[in-house]
Ligand binder design. Structure first.
Ligand SMILES: [Zn+2]
Length: 249
């Protein structure tokens, strides 16, 4: 499997990354993708990719941090993109207490232009913003990517798939099972083509009250297999193919 979204550059992993990667390997994960979130972390990401052959980087500005970036940072980002497999994570987050919408949209638009310029896929963070994200993507019919940690409706997911995007499925699936939102998530996951799904941990985030790590991707894949009533191996194989295809791995 490939963990299509894990923040291994996060300080939560600085003490035991070797063990985390060993457990990931034991869980069947051969490759890991680190999305960038802000300029202060980009060099840490580069160091990890230099140290570990199976780590690949995306570089981008997360909507939570867009107000901490200026044109100089965007120029810095542009210089990194020839070494990236994707632009991101970028996007829009319309929860309260996030940077104002206009600033987010401007930063997102700039990164859409960069994805176009460098012919790279996008890793998109979208919370309470699916319609606006879809609107921003429409002028770029050739852009592709993933809506990571998808939290929208089935209908919104289908809009993104039509736009050429994959839907990132992560540990939210396990959480929702526990929170008895099972039926809604079952319907959601049974009605999307397996060819449109990517697996992701979003580690260290994604689990309540404990650090998440890439090895938990196996539980996500198993849950997906159970819900769709297909073998685990089919989920693993197809989602890995999807990830390789999108990121040209
Ligand atoms: Zn993330």
């Amino acid at each position: 499997m490939i963990d299509s979204h894990c923040h291994l550059d996060d300080p939560h992993f600085s003490g035991d990354l070797k063990e985390v990667l060993l457990r990931a390997k034991q869980a069947g994960i051969q490759q890991l993708i680190i999305p960038g979130v802000q300029h202060g972390q980009w060099s840490a990401q580069q160091a990890l990719a230099a140290q570990y052959q199976n780590i690949s980087n995306a570089f981008g500005i997360h909507p939570w941090y867009c107000d901490q970036h200026d044109n100089a940072h965007l120029e810095q980002l542009e210089k990194l993109l020839p070494h990236a497999i994707a632009v991101g994570e970028c996007g829009l987050d319309f929860m309260p207490n996030r940077p104002d919408h206009a600033t987010q949209i401007k930063c997102f638009q700039k990164q859409l232009q960069l994805a176009q310029q460098f012919n790279l896929p996008l890793i998109i963070h979208s919370v309470k913003s699916a319609d606006q994200v879809a609107l921003q993507l429409r002028p770029y019919p050739q852009l592709r990517g993933v809506i990571h940690g998808f939290s929208g409706s089935l209908q919104q997911a289908k809009v993104f798939i039509k736009l050429g995007f994959y839907i990132g499925i992560g540990t939210r699936l396990l959480q929702n099972e526990q929170r008895n939102q099972g039926q809604r998530i079952h319907t959601f996951l049974q009605n999307l083509p397996l060819e449109s799904l990517l697996l992701e941990s979003d580690a260290p985030d994604g689990l309540k009250n404990q650090r998440n790590e890439p090895a938990n991707l196996l539980d996500v894949a198993q849950s997906l297999a159970t819900i769709r009533q297909i073998p685990l191996a089919s989920v693993q194989k197809q989602c890995t193919l999807n990830t390789k295809e999108l990121f040209s791995l």
